[in-house]
Design a protein around this ligand. Sequence first.
Ligand code: PMP
Length: 404
Amino acid sequence: MSFDIERIREQFPILQRTVGGKRLIYLDNTATSQTPALVVDNITSLYEHTKANVHRGVHTLSQEATDLQEQTRRKVKDYINAESIEEVIFTRGTTEGINLVASSFGDRFRDGDEIILTVMEHHANIVPWQLLQRHKDIKLRVVDVNDKGELDLEQYKSYFNDRTVLATFTHVSNVLGTVNPVKEMICIAHEHGVPAMVDGAQASPHLKIDVKDLDCDFYAFSSHKMYGPTGVGVLYGRRSLLESMPPYQGGGEMIKHVSFKGTTFADLPFKFEAGTPDFIDIAAFSKALDFLNETGLDSIRTHEEELLRYTTHGLLEIPGIKIYGEAPEKAAVISFNVGDVHNYDIGLLLDKLGVAVRTGHHCAQPLMERFGIPGTVRASFAAYNTQEEADIFIAALRRVAAMF
Ligand code: PMP
C-alpha cells in the first residue's frame, strides 16, 4: 500500500488545532502519540452503547463488553505473534508491566543475585529493580553506551555469571533513538540460562514485534504510544514463566475461589489482572492496532526514517547544535542541545512557534549523567508528520538559536 500522508493526517483531528495562533506541529510522539478518530469515536461509542463490567455478568452488555476486551487480546496476540492469548496480560502501561515482572518474577530472587540492565533505560526499567533492593541484596549491573549511543555488547556479555537472574533492556532508547540488537542480546542471555525482558515502549509504535522470533521471556509496551488510548498496556510473558510466578496484585477477577482457609488463583492471563480492567480503552486499543496494520509498520518506518534523515541533516547546519544518539540503527527520535542554551528555554520558544517538543531528562537521568548533561530537547516523529513540518521546525529552531 502506498503511504498517503494526507489520508493519514485526515484521521487525526488534533492536527487541525492551533497553538498560539500557529498550526500545531506535534513532535512529542515519544512521550505519547496522537489518536486517530477511529479510536476516539470507538471510545465514545463504547460508552454510549456497551459499557458494562467484563467477566462478571450474564447480561447482554456484559457479554458484549467481555467479547470486545477478549477480541483485543486475540488481536494483540496476533500482532506480537505470541503463542497463545494466555501470554497476553493487560496492564496500565509499560511501567506496570515492568513492575509486575519485578514484583512477581522478582519474588524468586535471592540475596546476591544479579540483574543486568543498561545505562539507557527509562526510569521505568530502573526504579522497579531498585525497589526490589529494599528487601533483597540484589546487584544491578549496568551496561554502558559509547559516544554514539550504542550499547557495549562486550561489557554486556562479560556481566553474565552464575548469579545472574535476569537481563532487562529497552528495545529502542527514548532519548537516543538507538535500536538495540535485542534478538542477539536475548540469545546471549539464554546461552547463560538467563531470562530476558524487553522494554518495548518505544519499539512498538515503529517496529514489527515478533516475540517468538525474538524469543524474549517478557515484553512490555503501552497503547498510548501506538496511536491508542491511554491507560492500557500489554505485558507479554512466556507461558511457562508466567505459570510459575505468583500473582502481582490481589483482588477480584484474579481468583478461582476465595476462602479464609486459603485462596486459589485464576488461570492465565487473569491471574495477573486483578480488579476491573480499563475495558473501554482495551476494547478501543483494537482500533489502534487496525490503524497500525492498515497503515503498515514497514511504511511507517520508511516514512519516519526519511524524516529522521532529512531533519537531522537540516538541524546539523544550525551553529552550536549537538545531537545525542548517532547509532546507525536509529528510530526517529532526535535529542539535541544548542550551545549552552537551556533545553527548557528552547522548548518554550519553539512552543510559541507552534512546535511541540519535549525537554528535560526524559526519565533517563543515568543516561544524562553518562553524557554529562542535565537534559536535552527532543523531537520525535510519527506516521502523520511531514517534511513540511520538519522544515518549519528547523526554521523555528534556527530562529531560536539566533536569539542566543
Ligand atoms: N520505557 C520507555 C523506553 C519509555 O519511553 C517509556 C515512556 N516514556 C516507558 C518505559 C514508560 O511508559 P508508560 O509511561 O507508558 O508506562
